[in-house]
Design a protein around this ligand. Structure first.
Ligand code: GAP
Length: 434
């Protein structure tokens, strides 16, 4: 189903997934805060990425590099000179736009007057700040616009410490910052966001094969976590779209409310980065293969995803409105691995003897699953609320439970209910929650 962006923005605020940053001060555009449910969903997305990249493979290790790096890093990588977007400004209303994102119409999208935009200028997207107590060029540093460079500058440290031979990868997740000219579409394009990137180092002649491998693997990751195949596609870039460092690139694209757009990019970065950092730093980052007695710069295949953007896509994809037994409901059919709460414990009424016993059931489950405990409103409304936030199972403790020590477990998707003895509850849920 196609849903509007407003629907997701409203759900996010109402239920505590995502809030506008600095809202009580009027809001800071293009920065967002993740609420109690959003922080769980985002963390689950990142955990699943880490699990598939690092835990389930023997050839990829992790890294967490600093956000602040030497300015020279960004000179060597080419970002200081060319990490730019073409900026134009309307001479009538002074609104600024990214030239490459404007449509062909003759009118300014902001004021509606005839376009009088003048010559575009290249605008560098890196945020600047100053290291130490003096605000001048000598202390200039950038907030990283990608996590990738932190990996390249640590390539030799990691290779030696982890005793890795080609092919191997280094994975990193964390914040990145870009002073986007036109942020928007909620958390799709923001100025502060989180990335999940992996740099896979291999022999140059194997780069093509690994590029194919990672493109397929990353596409499959979204499907395995329940994203609809109809809303997902791979789009290879044309030659005119390739970044200065890339020999090939494909995007995994998602069908957003405004159409197909990028979710993740998989690029063959060649030996560009290791060569550039070797030349600029004077540290030789070439690789010696003792089996073939060859020295060369490894090629790099990079799957680069956005954690915040991916979280948003999973949220949108899971959103369903449906009619069941004559009743309308909103249900987030999110994969149980990603669901913020795994189980809700709901005493049928507010009677203290019921609430007290239901608390004991919640305590029994808490070491195993993230639990929501809810006593407010009617049981029907509480089920609806749990459906809307994607909780896979709701456990109801009723008056019979006091006698038979069993509870009713309701499945979010089928809405079917099972009566389960409390002593078997952890096992029952563990078998169903991956
Ligand atoms: N190291 C390569 C790199 O950073 P990118 O295509 O510019 O490539 C990778 O970024 C991913 O990071 C994108 O596919 C997107 O998911 C996410 N991303 C990039 N800019 C973003 C922004 N302004 N807001 C949210 N996510 C962003």
């Amino acid at each position: 189903m196609t849903i509007s962006l407003d629907t997701i923005v409203n759900l996010s605020k109402r239920r505590g997934f995502v809030f506008q940053s600095s809202e009580i001060y009027g809001g800071l555009r293009s920065a967002y805060d993740y609420g109690p449910l959003g922080v769980e969903l985002l963390r689950n997305v990142k955990n699943e990425w880490w699990r598939s990249m690092v835990q389930l493979r023997g050839d990829i290790v992790g890294l967490d590099s600093a956000i602040l790096q030497a300015r020279d890093v960004w000179v060597a990588s080419g970002h200081e000179a060319s990490f730019t977007d073409p900026l134009v400004q309307c001479s009538n209303c002074n609104s600024r736009f990214r030239l490459d994102k404007l449509d062909d119409q003759d009118l300014c999208p902001s004021c509606g007057n005839r376009k009088t935009f003048g010559e575009p200028r290249q605008f560098n997207l890196m945020f600047k700040t100053f290291m130490g107590p003096v605000d001048d060029e000598t202390g200039l540093v950038y907030l990283r616009p990608e996590t990738a460079q932190g990996i390249f500058i640590n390539y030799d440290n990691v290779r030696r410490a982890a005793r890795k031979k080609l092919p191997f990868g280094i994975a990193q997740m964390g914040k990145s910052f870009r002073n986007e000219i036109t942020p928007g579409q909620f958390v799709f394009r923001t100025r502060e966001f989180e990335q999940m990137e992996m740099e896979f180092f291999c022999r140059p002649e194997e780069a093509g094969r690994w590029y194919e491998h990672w493109t397929k693997d990353r596409y499959q990751w979204y499907l395995d976590l329940g994203m609809s195949e109809d809303n997902l596609r791979i789009r290879p870039h044309g030659h005119d779209e390739l970044a200065h460092y890339a020999a090939a690139c494909s995007d995994v694209e998602y069908r957003y409310p405004w159409g197909w757009d990028e979710l993740e990019g998989i690029a063959n970065r060649t030996d560009f980065d290791l060569k550039a950092h070797s030349e600029h730093s004077g540290t030789d980052l070439s690789y010696y293969d003792d089996e073939t007695d060859e020295r060369f710069y490894p090629y790099v295949i990079e799957p680069a995803a956005g954690a915040t953007r991916t979280t948003f896509a999973f949220l949108m994809d899971a959103y369903h409105e449906e009619e069941v037994r004559g009743e309308q409901r909103v249900v987030l059919k999110i994969h149980p691995k990603l669901a913020p709460f795994k189980v809700a414990v709901l005493p049928l009424s507010k009677k203290p003897e019921l609430v007290g016993e239901a608390e004991k059931v919640a305590d029994l489950l808490r070491p195993h699953f993230l639990i929501d405990f809810d006593v407010t409103q009617s049981i029907g409304r509480r089920y609806r609320r749990q459906d809307e936030i994607g909780t896979p199972y709701a456990v109801t403790f009723d008056f019979d439970s006091l006698e038979d020590r069993a509870v009713t477990v309701r499945d979010r998707d089928t809405m079917e209910q099972d009566r389960i003895p409390v002593e078997n509850l952890v096992r029952y849920l563990a078998e169903r929650l991956p």
